[in-house]
Design a protein around this ligand. Structure first.
Ligand SMILES: Cc1cc2nc3c(=O)[nH]c(=O)nc-3n(C[C@H](O)[C@H](O)[C@H](O)COP(=O)(O)OP(=O)(O)OC[C@H]3O[C@@H](n4cnc5c(N)ncnc54)[C@H](O)[C@@H]3O)c2cc1C
Length: 505
């Protein structure tokens, strides 16, 4: 007999509390998911709690790129670029469905002193070498005519030529979910909608967590705690993290309005923005502005959207994009490790793992691309510190073992949204912990971001989920209201928005 998702959740809550864990991870973004997978694969008794849905935070609001970061190379951060370039290839090996080779065309224009063609030509060759000479594709150069032929919609005046290089295209939320599905196969106990509240170091760490569905408080005992809460990381008791948080937004438009065969790099001074092809859509972004508000409330505002539209209209003069052309948008927060002495543009994208108290671990900063390495380094240190004689831990295998077998991926996970059907929704509710309508519409499928008629699709998904999860009519209406509130677009008046102050490149 099939066990209901509710009964499964109750059993997991019991398992979380009945005997001490080795590791309790707080936060179900990509970093928490990576640590859970690694720790569970090494044989540690692993639990993870996420206050909202898995990937609710930054890890469903990124540019979806697996990249070394060509612009970090321009800043001379060779070590950082190499580290991420190697990881990019590893993700391509363990999860090819979430690491599609993505060519970039980076055009240069006469008079732009920040981005000069001959320097980029050298840069992309070094970039290939930093992937151990095996990037996801070989970089090339294009003369002015070739750029015109490949991207006819691109602004032509003063165009010099371009470089073409490769990174990877992923689906951030799916990378989190598939990493968690892998962790669960190795017996990790994973719970969304459970919020960490406090912890006291006794014989074990005694952590109070609250089930957000019932408001019940539970005590979890654990030998070690990992704070993997991204932009929330400096707010937890016992945390020693110091963050500099910046906001970035993306918008989605019809591909035919910004017809890009490959990703096109658009520049504004030293900053770069991307026009990324995504099936029949183009993703445009991003911004980079200081943020000091509530991380739960981050959203794209009129000024953000206006900025991205105006840069795109400069580079694609025929697009004439207006706010009404925006199909969807998302906004995320970069949890950057603060450098009190550095200028804003010097904020590092590197990560930091520290243990301010015995067996309490803060893991902060980094990128989606480097999550696996961050997890490996953190779990190495946790294992060393735990030093429990009763534990025979296995070596790290996360770079070798595929995330999931192919038959568990097809139709459910990839860089493009899955086909719209009930079978997929059933899978997300029974195999991927989906509880709310937005869990399916935003993070499991991206249907909300991709489809112009997402509102109608949400009604249909609410019907399917209602049947699967036994919602009453009232619950169904609440779910639709919640979804609308979470996804409403700001009212935008193009060119009337305040100008943005961009802090980082
Ligand atoms: C605009 C933008 C574009 C980016 N683009 C890229 C890119 O293209 N490539 C790349 O490699 N990187 C990119 N990044 C960086 C990357 O997205 C982040 O570094 C990464 O997603 C951070 O993951 P995380 O797990 O640390 O944080 P999060 O994903 O935010 O996860 C933290 C989780 O902790 C949970 N949490 C908080 N408090 C509690 C609590 N008390 N109890 C339980 N759970 C809690 C939150 O709900 C959240 O889900 C981008 C970032 C931004 C903002």
């Amino acid at each position: 007999m099939n066990v209901s998702p509710q009964a499964e959740r109750a059993a997991k809550l019991r398992a979380l509390t009945e005997s001490p864990l080795d590791v309790l991870i707080i936060g179900g973004g990509i970093v928490g998911a990576g640590v859970a997978r690694d720790a569970a694969m090494r044989g540690l008794k692993t639990g993870l709690v996420e206050q909202r849905d898995f990937a609710f935070g930054t890890s469903s609001r990124s540019s979806r790129l697996l990249h070394g970061g060509l612009r970090y190379l321009a800043q001379g951060r060779v070590g950082l670029v190499r580290e991420a370039s190697v990881e990019k290839r590893i993700i391509h090996q363990i999860a090819p469905h979430l690491a599609a080779p993505l060519p970039f065309i980076f055009p240069t224009y006469r008079g732009n002193k920040h981005w000069v063609l001959w320097q980029l030509k050298i840069g992309v060759k070094i970039y290939d070498l930093l992937c151990s000479g095996r990037n996801l594709g070989k970089s090339t150069w294009l003369d002015r005519n070739a750029v015109q032929a490949q991207v006819p919609a691109l602004a032509q005046q003063n165009l010099n030529g371009a470089v073409r290089y490769f990174d990877g295209f992923t689906n951030d939320a799916r990378l989190v979910l598939d990493t968690l599905r892998s962790a669960e196969k190795h017996d990790a106990i994973l719970l969304n909608y459970v919020r960490f509240q406090s912890a006291a170091p006794k014989e074990f760490w005694e952590c109070e967590v609250e089930d957000q569905l019932t408001q019940e408080t539970l005590t979890v005992r654990t030998r070690s705690v990992v704070n993997a809460t991204g932009p929330w990381a400096d707010g937890l008791s016992h945390s020693a993290v110091k963050l500099r948080v910046t906001k970035g937004i993306h918008i989605v438009v019809e591909r035919e309005r910004v017809p890009v065969p490959d990703t096109v790099v658009m520049t504004e001074g030293k900053r770069i923005l991307f026009a990324i092809p995504w099936g029949e859509r183009t993703i445009l972004g991003t911004t980079d502005t200081d943020y000091s508000g509530d991380p739960n409330q981050v959203c794209a505002d009129a000024a953000d959207i206006d900025y991205v539209l105006s840069i795109t209209n400069q580079f694609f003069p025929g697009a004439k994009l207006k706010p009404a052309d925006v199909i969807s948008c998302w906004a995320g927060l970069r949890p950057l490790v603060a450098d009190p002495n550095g200028k804003p543009s010097d904020i590092s994208r590197s990560h930091e793992i520290q243990s301010p108290k015995a067996n309490w671990w803060d893991i902060a900063g980094g990128k989606l691309t480097t999550y696996r390495l961050m997890a490996e380094q953190a779990v190495d240190r946790i294992v060393r510190e735990l030093n429990v004689a009763t534990h025979v831990t296995l070596p790290c295998r996360t770079a070798q073992e595929p995330l999931l077998p192919r038959e568990e991926i097809n139709g459910f996970s990839g860089v493009l949204p899955p086909l719209f059907n009930r079978h997929a929704v059933e899978h997300y509710c029974t195999k991927e912990w989906a509880m709310h309508l937005d869990d399916v519409m935003l993070r499991r499928t991206s249907w909300h971001y991709y489809h112009r008629d997402a509102a109608q699709k949400a009604e249909q998904v609410a019907d399917w989920m209602g049947e699967l999860l036994n919602w009453t009519e009232e619950q169904r209406a609440e779910e639709l209201a919640r979804y609308r509130e979470l996804t409403s677009l700001p009212t935008v008046e193009v060119n009337q928005a305040q100008s943005l102050s961009h802090v980082a490149n």
